[in-house]
Design a protein around this ligand. Sequence first.
Ligand SMILES: C[S@@+](CC[C@H](N)C(=O)[O-])C[C@H]1O[C@@H](n2cnc3c(N)ncnc32)[C@H](O)[C@@H]1O
Length: 422
Amino acid sequence: MSDSRIRIRALAHGGDGVGNLVEGEGPTWFVPGALPDEVVDAQEVRAAKRFVHGRLVEIVERSPHRVEPPCPYAATCGGCQWQHVDPLKQPEFKARIVADQLRSVSTGVRVGFAGPAEGYRRRARVHYRRSESGFSLGFHAERSREVVDVSRCLVLDPALDVAVQRLRTVAGLLPSSGEILGLSDGKQAILGLPKVKPEPEILEALRAVLDDTLVGIEVRGGRQQGHVGKRVLDVDGTALWPAVRLGSFSFGQANAAGNKSLVDHVVKQADAGGLKILELYAGSGNFTRALARTAQRVWASDTDHDAIRKLQGLAKSHELPINAKRQSATNLLPKLAESKSTYDVIVLDPPRTGLGKEGMAAACRVATQRIIYVSCDPATLARDLAVATSRGFDVVDLTVFDLMPMTSHVEVVATLRARSAE
Ligand SMILES: C[S@@+](CC[C@H](N)C(=O)[O-])C[C@H]1O[C@@H](n2cnc3c(N)ncnc32)[C@H](O)[C@@H]1O
């Protein structure tokens, strides 16, 4: 099949270049690796009625923002999609992606955080596979389940990178394939091994790999759990609010400096002083501990049992006005709306799937002043904001946080204000 010449005009959610044929009419093309204002030759990989997904064959006109990837694995590893993009330009590209997704919202998109593009990632899910050709440890190749063997990862926090590599010495005892969950506090790291039973032989071997950097490993297989060394690390404490306690299996934001900036922003937008706050998808209390400093009370919930237990412990030990309960947001919100319960502010931080139309409609009945929506997926955020703007809320602030440089992942916080509160 012959190549098509495409002029790239934007970046799509997910990071692919989006464009059209340089000459003539035709469908919209999505080309991974292509940048805005480039002209590229691309080959069709698959096509639908209005879209073609292509493979970049040659760059005909090059973007000034294209750089030589600093990572030697960039051509094969799927962990980072944007090693070829100037790190200084990445936050602006992410803001543009968000603005495109949220076209219907007439609020400008600001960049709230941009930080170093290397050594920042303190939370990661790494894969391993043992085969006849040896043991591979790293991220999956792009759009594949193949594990690309990496002996050093430039974006990982150095302590986490060292800790992950130490597991090579026990490769023979691990299942033929699996995942390693890692968390670092900048100096020390802990790891989690799902689908590994805590057999005495395994625990003994894992204990032997612990050192000053890799300070703990937890294994979970079926209903059995075991660990050697530390199970948790206390991270992100500041002079104003306490640290959160995270395990290797817990959700945690990947970028410590970026998370500080994100929490500061959420606290500012929530303006929680003396107010009743409902926090959904609270995890182990990343935002809760900061909101609770000034709020009348924070009612926080999450479906993760372990996270809620940690949050309850944090509230108790620091005597914070927090009620933490294990509960699904999508079950809770319609019930609150039906019983006409209200809160001054709702803060929510759902997974990629977002809150959903029904949940958002209910949230608009429950929040009387503001909704602070933290999202890692601008497409589901756009869907949910459309519901809110048709139900009495205005989007008054959109701020992008580049928590994952070198990847196309984007975190965005939308602040919604009730028209009735103006
Ligand atoms: C993106 S994380 C945010 C956690 C926390 N806000 C933080 O910053 O660390 C999403 C959280 O949603 C929780 N979760 C997933 N589905 C849920 C649901 N239906 N209802 C409530 N929580 C849910 C997960 O357990 C996870 O803690």
